[in-house]
Design a protein around this ligand. Structure first.
Ligand SMILES: [Cu+2]
Length: 244
């Protein structure tokens, strides 16, 4: 049923697809219902049958009942399905303490990916340190900053381990969209927004910017490389070796 959607590469993809399918079914019913009603109204109230409009408006409970029914259906979609899912993937944190934590700092028109390095702690960053060669303003001399790893528009992740993305932006509002992971979260200057997911398939998956953020918005893309735990560890070790 959901084969019209991108390949599902995260553990919560099925839940998102389910909500999306429900929304599409409701919208299809509304589209057909309103369409049929519109044609019926054109026929029923044609001028040949009814020259003068009634100022009194519609009587009967059907219209009100339909409206209330639609509102209830939409409220159920929102409150029962959409909001709990959104909460669980953003405000709530994964229960797995082994989660990978990565910062993503968006800018026109790239994704800076910041790993805390071997010590598991992010180094200090400062706006005054931002330069062409230091896009996130990382202080390499801070106690936890020397081992940090910074990549441009490329993110490596281990398969089957939760990853918490701490998302922010250097300039304008962007949106971190990973269609295969069913992840989308706005990147807002001055705000650190969390979003998390668990990749369930190895492979390369596209990061796209999902907010129109400027002239080159269309090429604000990145790649997530999901790999085995050992390949991920090798990646971290290789990057750490480059810093020495
Ligand atoms: Cu953007």
């Amino acid at each position: 049923m959901t084969s019209w959607l991108p390949f599902p590469a995260s553990s919560h993809a099925g839940q998102v697809d389910f909500v999306m399918t429900l929304v599409h079914i409701l919208m299809a019913l509304l589209f057909i219902g309103w369409g049929v009603y519109f044609v019926w109204v054109l026929f029923r109230f044609r001028s040949g049958r009814q020259k003068k409009a009634s100022a009194g408006g519609a009587r009967g409970r059907l219209a009100l009942g339909t409206e209330v029914g639609v509102v209830i259906a939409e409220a159920v979609l929102l409150v029962v399905f959409a909001l709990p899912l959104w909460y669980s993937q953003t405000a709530a944190r994964p229960t797995d303490t082994n989660a990978v934590v990565v910062r993503v700092i968006a800018e026109q028109f790239a994704w800076n990916v910041h790993y805390p390095g071997a010590d598991g702690q992010f180094g200090r960053t400062a706006v005054s340190l931002v330069s062409g060669s230091n896009p996130i303003g990382l202080d390499r001399n801070s106690p936890t900053g020397a081992d940090d790893i910074v990549l441009l528009s490329e993110m490596h992740l281990p398969v089957n381990r939760p990853v918490v993305i701490q998302l922010s932006s250097k300039d304008v509002v962007h949106s971190f969209g990973v269609p295969a992971m069913r992840v989308k979260q706005d990147a807002i200057p001055g705000v650190i927004a969390p979003v998390w997911f668990t990749p369930t398939s190895t492979g390369k998956f596209e990061i796209v910017c999902s907010q129109l953020c400027g002239l080159a918005h269309y090429r604000m893309r990145g790649v997530i490389i999901v790999e085995s735990e050992s390949a991920y560890r090798k990646f971290l070790a290789d990057e750490a070796a480059l810093l020495k």
